[in-house]
Design a protein around this ligand. Structure first.
Ligand code: NAP
Length: 502
């Protein structure tokens, strides 16, 4: 463990704080990190409520074959706790799950977590938050932090007859660990990042693989190499070497992808994608796999194995429209039936769920649905008007695409910590002003309209119902700049209504 103090670097000195009760919802990468921050601030009167039975969020939930993180492992970690155990460029899902479990223990977060507690409602009542759980339990908090993750609610496609299929139907994010694909006729619907990992991991063991592709994807060919064992050993035994490895991995990642939204530095990136596509020998297959939109319009898939896997003789890329699912398999629009044993839905997530389905009711009876009825009104992706002392990590208009989520969490947590510091120190209630929230959303949307995500003419999970990106095209440096100072004049700050124990 190194540089634990960096967590508070830009915020405040460690000290004992008067206690207000704080509830963090979610024990994934964001919730754990928030807990670490609170402890460093001297706040121990907090609880993390987690609906499941362990920490780790996405890396607990996603257990499909081949699940891995396509951000280099030496960068996909908290900067103050470098991952020095991974042996390859990219960590597997279970290695990352281990990492976050280890962090929760090392930083003494475990004792703050209550597992199996799912919050359905949060209501602001007389100056405090009243939370209701699925079990009907009532919890009270002075401050709430929604750290629920973004790609969390699976998207199940509406396909006629899906329930009538004779074999198992499994979503990539809800994998059945007892399901064997060995020798089976497997149909994978979708060809995004999850599907590509599943295809590469299972092609050798399945009997036949049908890939039902609606839209071709660009794939950036980044090989998963073994990290030089000597470099690993240096990082394991020297904090400064571990930090150097983190910095190197971060810089490599940024150099490749940071300009993607703006279409900057595209030449090398595009050429690598085109070269990889051109490795497909069969011109008919290559034509099927060729996207009709620019590289980076959708979230770029990263895989050093996909084009090899997709050319195997036991793989078919099916581009005909799916008409319906029947007991024996998938009936295509041209009338052909493709017999299958197992259907895999690699069909992504409802990326616009954010805190929902949780219901949040703030001042004047204003609900989350009220303030999100038109656009996703919020301030800096971390606070909501009408919702005093309610904060988020990775809320609407957070950056994405070209930044590691861990970096976003780091910046958001540091910012939220300064708001909490003010709430606790000055015993106040704090919520962003409506007009400042509107300005944040307006600026983010206008910025996003200049990006390749919007102008590229593709559909993706980046876009809202009106086709405008919900992802903020900020580089990490720009995000840090935006969130460097807390502008308290952008908030309504008033004395707390309730007495608080010290
Ligand atoms: P996704 O990128 O949203 O891909 C969903 C796929 O399902 C697309 O190919 C989509 O086709 C297809 N699809 C959806 N509904 C369909 C329908 N009704 N009929 C036919 N096809 C349908 O989902 P994902 O692959 O799970 O990835 C989501 C995000 O998770 C990624 O972009 C990435 O940010 C993250 N992720 C990261 C990693 C990692 O290594 N770090 C790994 C996995 C996922 P269209 O393109 O035509 O819509």
């Amino acid at each position: 463990m190194v540089r634990a103090e960096t967590a508070t670097q830009n915020t405040m000195k460690v000290r004992k704080m008067a206690s207000k009760h704080i509830i963090i919802i979610g024990a994934g990468a964001a919730g754990i990190r928030m807990g670490i921050q609170l402890r460093e601030m001297g706040i121990t009167s907090f609880q993390i409520v987690e609906k499941d039975d362990s920490v780790g969020g996405t890396w607990r939930d996603n257990t499909y074959p081949g699940v891995a993180c396509d951000v280099p492992a030496q960068y996909y970690c908290y900067p103050f706790a470098p991952n020095t155990t991974v042996k390859n460029t990219f960590a597997t899902g279970s290695q990352l799950w281990d990492y976050f479990q280890d962090i929760a223990t090392r930083f003494e977060i475990d004792g703050h977590i209550r597992f199996g507690v799912e919050v359905t409602d949060a209501e602001w009542v007389a100056g405090r938050w009243k939370l209701t759980t699925t079990d009907g339990e009532i919890l009270h908090a002075d401050i709430v932090i929604g750290a629920v993750g973004r790609l969390r609610v699976p998207h199940y496609p509406v396909i006629e007859g899906l329930d009538d299929f004779g074999g198992p139907v499994v979503h990539s994010a809800r994998w059945d660990k007892n399901l064997s694909l060995e020798g089976k006729r497997v149909g994978v619907i979708g060809n995004g990042s999850s599907a590509v990992q599943i295809i590469s991991a299972t092609v050798d063991s399945v009997g036949h693989l049908d890939v039902y592709q609606r839209t071709a994807q660009w794939v950036y060919p980044w090989k998963n190499k073994e990290i030089d064992p000597e470099e690993l050993e240096r990082a394991r035994t020297s904090d400064s070497e571990a930090i150097r490895a983190y910095d190197r991995a971060r810089d490599t990642f940024r150099a490749l992808f940071e300009g993607i939204a703006a279409g900057a530095d595209a030449e090398k990136r595009n050429a690598a994608c085109v070269d990889a596509l051109n490795s497909v020998k069969d011109p008919v297959l290559r034509a099927k796999l060729t996207p009709d939109y620019p590289v980076g319009c959708k979230r770029l898939v990263v895989s050093g194995t996909f084009y090899d896997a997709i050319q195997r003789p036991n793989v078919s890329v099916v581009t005909e429209r799916i008409a319906r699912v029947e007991r024996e398999g998938i009936r295509m629009a041209d009338g052909a039936l493709r017999p299958l044993d197992i259907i895999v839905l690699a069909t992504g997530f409802h990326a616009d769920s954010y805190l929902r389905p949780m219901r949040v009711t703030g001042e004047d009876g204003m609900t989350l649905d009220d303030i999100w009825s038109d656009v996703f009104l919020n301030y800096n992706s971390i606070a909501l008007p009408f919702m005093p002392n309610f904060f988020m990590v990775n809320g609407p208009f957070s950056p994405g695409g070209s930044i590691s989520i861990i970096e976003i969490i780091e910046t958001h947590v540091n910012y939220v910590a300064r708001l909490i510091d003010r709430v606790v120190r000055d015993h106040v209630e704090i919520a962003p002003k409506i007009e400042r929230s509107e300005k944040f959303v307006h600026d983010a949307r206008e910025r996003a309209k200049k990006t390749i995500w919007y102008t590229g003419g593709c559909s993706s999970w980046y876009l809202d119902a009106n086709g405008v990106p919900l992802v903020n095209p900020l580089t990490s440096t720009q995000l840090e700049e935006l969130m460097r100072d807390v502008v308290f004049s952008d908030f309504n700050v008033r004395p707390a209504q309730v007495e608080v124990a010290t």
